[in-house]
Design a binder for this molecule. Structure first.
Ligand SMILES: Cc1cc2nc3c(=O)[nH]c(=O)nc-3n(C[C@H](O)[C@H](O)[C@H](O)COP(=O)(O)O)c2cc1C
Length: 350
């Protein structure tokens, strides 16, 4: 079941028509600097995230694992991430940890010197969903980290997705305490899955030892859309309709980033990042790194060469944005001038 679901997600996303309709990152306009007073060759896009040096502020966020086809995808991503010097996460590891399903589809990542790696489990899996069901605790979370040699454990919040999934896990009570119990034992990053994090949610988590966040806001892959397609194919009318209704639900990624920036912890900005210019917009707004999932999936499922090419294009675009804002370092870019326009501006609290 789980194996089918993970394969379905990749297939549905590759099939298209799963994105939000508004590109919120396009509402962030970086100001052009006509006189950069820096040579393009001098522009240094490297950053430090959680003590690890990345050659550019980019993390490929968790997508897959747990079925045979996922090995190729994760291997292409890991090899390319190691070559270009960016971070990477894997998809939810429950299948491998609890059911022993295809652990090599995750552990293949450990073979490459990826500078920063994120293990992944879901918040619904750390609280009991059904009578007698085994939840993932400290031992399982440690096993998930060990399987890929992770630096941090990413715990995803995906209750929108669970509502639209015909077989979804809908118990959420107690997740905060359960996350806190894990975060007291290991470095935990909490991420959304395309519906964004607000400041009150992040503050509660920060008070429970969570050390970093990935905003994963609205504007890119919509899991309401992904599950809409799956529900429709399964003849689950109620969920198919719910997925349509909630297709655009969530906090736009740049708005979520602005919400969390004052917390002063490392932040990944993901949700609709599709170019190196989007990465620069995210950094200017306060992200430590940008995160990308759906935008690299096609290349990753095609082969290593397309994947490494895509990452190189992204870094070149990012360096160009640095040059054109007169930023020699990423710290300079963090002080670049920008305007917030359109729908994103309307979203921001006064
Ligand atoms: C095919 C696919 C599978 C995903 N599976 C997971 C997952 O298992 N765990 C997780 O935390 N996020 C998962 N995500 C969510 C991404 O990490 C990311 O938060 C989200 O897709 C928004 O980024 P994007 O617009 O760049 O795709 C998945 C995304 C995709 C496209």
């Amino acid at each position: 079941m789980l194996t089918h679901r993970k394969a379905d997600h990749v297939r549905v996303v590759l099939g298209g028509d799963v994105e939000g309709s508004h590109r919120f990152w396009d509402d962030i306009q970086l100001w052009h600097t006509a006189l950069p007073e820096v040579d393009f060759a001098e522009v240094d896009p490297s950053v430090t995230f959680f003590g690890k040096r990345l050659k550019a502020p980019l993390v490929i966020t968790g997508m897959t694992g747990g079925y045979p086809g996922a090995t190729t995808i994760n291997e292409n991503l890991a090899r390319a991430a190691a070559e270009v010097g960016v971070g990477m996460g894997v998809g939810s590891e429950r299948a491998a940890i609890v059911k022993g399903q295809f652990p090599e589809s995750y552990s293949c990542v450990a073979r490459y010197p990826v500078p920063l790696k994120f293990a992944n489990i879901g918040a619904p899996q750390i609280i009991p969903q059904r009578e007698g069901e085994k939840v993932l605790g400290v031992d399982e979370a440690r096993a998930a980290m060990q399987l890929i040699g992770a630096d941090l454990l990413a715990i995803h919040l995906n209750f929108l997705q669970e509502m639209v999934q015909p077989e979804g896990d809908r118990r959420a009570r107690g997740a905060l305490d359960a996350i806190g119990a894990l975060a007291a034992q290991m470095p935990v990053l909490v991420k959304e899955t395309g519906a964004g994090l607000s400041r009150p949610v992040a503050e509660k988590l920060q008070a429970r030892h969570v050390v970093a966040f990935d905003v994963s806001g609205t504007g890119g892959t919509s899991f309401a859309a992904v599950e809409h397609h799956r529900a429709k194919a399964a003849g689950a009318e109620r969920e198919a309709r719910l997925g349509r209704t909630f297709w655009e639900w969530g906090i736009p990624a740049p708005v979520s980033l602005r919400e969390l920036a004052p917390l002063g912890v490392p932040l990944i900005a993901s949700g609709g990042v599709r170019s190196g210019l989007d990465i620069a917009r995210a950094v200017a707004l306060g992200a430590t790194a940008a995160g990308m999932a759906g935008g690299v999936l096609k290349a990753a499922s095609t082969g290593y060469e397309p994947t490494v090419n895509e990452l190189r294009h992204l870094v070149h675009e990012f360096r160009t944005a640095m040059f054109l804002t007169g930023s020699r370092t990423v710290a300079d870019l963090q002080t670049a001038r920008y305007s917030i326009t359109g729908l994103t501006r309307q979203w921001l609290p006064p």
